[in-house]
Design a protein around this ligand. Structure first.
Ligand SMILES: NC(=O)c1ccc[n+]([C@@H]2O[C@H](COP(=O)([O-])OP(=O)(O)OC[C@H]3O[C@@H](n4cnc5c(N)ncnc54)[C@H](OP(=O)(O)O)[C@@H]3O)[C@@H](O)[C@H]2O)c1
Length: 306
């Protein structure tokens, strides 16, 4: 333990997107591990979020992403950049590339891109607009000399609270596709993702991809758990094939081009659901770092209003 703490103290980690939901938690977990944390904020970032970061020991640097010198000085002496930026092409490709270029110029050895999703390497281009942006950035990072680590966490577990078709707590239904009630789906809490990401940021031997899940549950598991937790079984509903679902999503996307300017338009949420069923983490890296307490499906479902 002391050895890990001393190792962490030698590291200065730069977190981009630190004012966001995941980014703030990553900063907290890094501080807990004894790392020195520098965070990028923008002039327009929420002042209260910035203060909260400073209050728990983060050194916040205000930077304009369009000013290479701002990003370059933020990257000086950094051992790993963690990006938890969220947005469309202008963020995931443009802003992350600006940060990547600064990191390369400053000689930063490692970069963790803002992937934090289902393993998109299993999915073809075109089935998930937000994953396509990550794939575009992946090509840029892999063409550079920096050592990258992508963390695939499936869906954040809090989506189970949103009444999504996979777990519709309003109508008490659980959707499945391709007749596969037993298809396992990967879920990870934001806290677990943040703790694992902090450990990976301090792990200079981390591989290109790491796959995690707090829990993996099938539609059938969710139905069984709903009976135990809420005293009533949600109804499993056959939604036809994934192929039909994808064709429907593509039509919705064509009919709603205004969604191209939104981060999570309805058709993108459907793309996310499709991806959760179409890609799976067969091998998990959960045990790579010690001391992580993975949230169970039961605990996550207990937080869903019924
Ligand atoms: N797997 C899942 O189910 C799931 C669900 C949600 C999110 N995610 C992923 O998790 C990651 C973090 O998401 P989050 O929900 O934590 O995001 P968030 O709370 O919305 O925070 C976004 C962060 O990005 C920064 N940002 C936005 N636009 C920017 C720009 N143009 N230039 C520089 N910084 C900018 C924001 O900074 P300001 O404070 O300055 O605006 C903020 O710090 C993303 O990769 C997201 O896609 C995954």
């Amino acid at each position: 333990m002391l050895y890990h703490y001393i190792q962490a103290m030698k590291n200065i980690i730069l977190v981009a997107g630190a004012t966001g939901n995941l980014g703030t938690q990553v900063c907290r977990e890094l501080i807990n591990r004894g790392a020195v944390v520098r965070a990028l904020a923008r002039l327009e970032s929420d002042a209260a979020q910035v203060r909260a970061l400073q209050d728990f020991g983060v050194n916040v640097i205000h930077a304009d992403f369009n000013q290479p010198s701002d990003l370059l000085s933020a990257c000086e002496g950094i051992s790993c950049v963690v990006s938890a930026l969220a947005g469309l092409h202008n963020v995931i490709v443009t802003a992350q590339s600006q940060l990547l270029n600064a990191a390369i110029q400053a000689g930063v050895p490692r970069f963790i891109p803002s992937d934090f999703c289902t393993d998109y390497t299993q999915l073809p281009q075109g089935v998930n607009r937000n994953f396509d942006l990550r794939k575009e950035f992946e090509t840029l990072v892999d063409d550079s000399d920096i050592k990258a680590t992508s963390i695939f966490n499936g869906a954040f577990a809090y989506v189970l609270q949103y009444g999504i078709p996979l777990f519709d707590n309003l109508n008490k239904t659980i959707a499945y596709y391709d007749g596969k009630k037993d298809r396992k789906i990967d879920f990870t809490t934001v806290n677990n993702t943040a703790a694992f990401t902090a450990a990976a940021a301090l792990d200079n031997n981390a591989p290109r991809h790491l796959r995690i899940a707090s829990f993996q549950v099938s539609p059938q598991d969710l139905a069984d758990l709903s009976k135990i937790i809420y005293g009533e079984a949600f109804e499993l509903t056959d939604q036809g094939s994934l192929e039909q679902f994808l064709a429907f999503i593509n039509k919705q996307r064509q009919a709603h081009p205004e969604g191209e300017q939104e981060l999570y338009p309805q058709w993108q949420q459907m793309q996310y659901l499709y991806s959760m069923f179409a890609a799976h983490h067969p091998h998990l890296d959960n045990t790579r770092y010690s001391g992580l307490n993975w949230t169970s499906a039961t605990n996550a479902l207990q937080q869903v209003q019924n």
